[in-house]
Write a protein that binds this ligand. Structure first.
Ligand code: T4K
Length: 367
């Protein structure tokens, strides 16, 4: 029996490096509520994110909730159908209406022309996703947001450490939200962050993540509990120091896939922009009609060989019961997302994936 290969596997610091920090947390009994690890981790991220306004939170879903609540939105929010469900759920949970616009095949992200066409009197924001860490067309989206007086929020859950031409892409938009979930390129077990363009945004997020409490006697608004705990923050600090090593390991896997999948009929590998410093957290391929099998057939063939690829993001969000009755959810409105959801397969990629494991994946694709 060959061993299982999963789509991802978390990078972790050596356990012995964590133990002294756990001992300190045990002795101080400071477990949460902006403890010393939290404060240190949050200030280290200011450099990483190229923005002074960073707020740590408990996960990427709460990061989205914080951004949406603190952006003072009303009515409709234009978003992508091609993402993890948390993106649209954050709009719906805030009592707003998601309006789906189609994506572009080459980068998996919102098509700015389709975004502009979807704007109505009710639109208050664009919630775009840098899907798989592939950057949105920020210049175009920012110009649309300015022209129509809309907030621009990026779900940057996949984007830790991703830079374009040297700029961290999480510094774009009024708010950008990150996930540090176990399955992400950078993890704190569970965790996340909000990067805000303006200090007032950070002030609002800091209040919102702590029940709206400003001080012992002042609770100026509503809020939730979105605080990161001390163990996650301590792990985050250790993870920062080994992120580049993990990135390089995943980059080597991506390079091998690129070399070995080139020229296989029906397998399309998205182009790599030379200005992009990716975190290689996902390796999506399109399995098209010219391939000898359909995407689901290849997914199942992998499973039979104990290789657990993932069909991120199938089914696409606009087809789900919570959204499919919206006028913008019609398949005819989002045809490229529909095709991507039917054709994309994410291959295993993680630090520690062995050459022999990659051989197994490639052998199945070659048939
Ligand atoms: N926005 C976007 C665009 C997102 O992609 C996400 C999350 C969010 C927002 C919300 O962020 P968070 O609130 O989650 O911080 C996963 C993750 O649960 C989810 O975080 C992620 N996106 C989504 C794309 O994928 P699953 O259901 O695919 O994960 P699961 O449990 O099947 O794990 C995949 C593989 O990873 C497993 O086969 C083995 C490996 N694994 C997983 C975990 C959890 C491990 O080796 N260890 C682990 O602890 O959803």
């Amino acid at each position: 029996m060959t061993r299982d290969i999963t789509v991802t596997r978390p990078s972790l610091p050596p356990l012995e490096e964590l133990i002294p920090h756990l001992e300190r947390i045990w002795s101080t009994r400071i477990l949460s509520n902006r403890g010393p690890y939290h404060e240190q981790f949050e200030s280290r991220l200011v450099d990483w994110f190229g923005s002074p306004n960073v707020s740590l939170v408990a996960n990427g879903s709460l990061a989205l909730d914080c951004a949406i609540r603190c952006a003072d939105l009303t009515g409709e929010v234009i978003t992508t159908p091609y993402s993890f469900v948390a993106t649209a759920h954050s709009i719906q949970l805030a009592g707003l209406t998601p309006v789906f616009a189609d994506i572009r095949r080459h980068d998996f992200n919102l098509d700015p022309a389709r975004v502009e066409a979807a704007i109505t009197e009710q639109t208050s924001a664009i919630l775009a996703v840098h899907c798989y860490g592939s950057p949105c067309d920020h210049d175009a989206l920012a110009a649309i947001a300015t022209r129509h007086n809309l907030k621009l929020i990026y779900d940057a859950a996949h984007c830790f450490g991703v830079t374009l031409g040297g700029t961290p892409i999480v510094s774009w938009g009024d708010f950008a939200t990150l996930s540090f979930h176990a399955t992400k390129a950078f993890n704190t077990l569970e965790g996340g962050a909000v990067v805000c363009a303006h200090p007032a945004g950070k002030e609002a997020v800091d209040l919102f993540r702590n029940f709206g409490i400003a001080s012992e006697e002042s609770i100026p608004g509503v809020g939730t509990n979105a605080k990161m705990n001390e163990i996650s923050a301590a792990i985050g600090l250790l993870q920062l120091d080994r992120f580049e090593q993990a990135r390089a390991a995943r980059g080597a896997v991506a390079a091998r896939y690129r070399d070995e999948l080139a020229g296989i009929a029906g397998i399309e590998v998205p182009e790599h922009d030379p200005r992009l410093n990716s975190n290689y957290s996902y390796f999506p391929i399109f399995v098209t009609a010219d391939y000898g099998n359909c995407r689901d057939g290849l997914h199942n063939a992998m499973k039979r060989a104990n290789i657990y690829t993932r069909r991120y993001f199938y089914p696409h969000i606009a087809s789900l019961p919570a959204y499919r009755d919206l006028p913008s959810a019609r398949a005819a409105n989002v045809p490229i997302a529909v095709t991507a959801a039917a054709e994309v397969l994410c291959l295993p990629i993680y630090e520690g994936l062995q050459d022999g494991d990659i051989d197994r994946v490639i052998a199945i694709i070659r048939g």
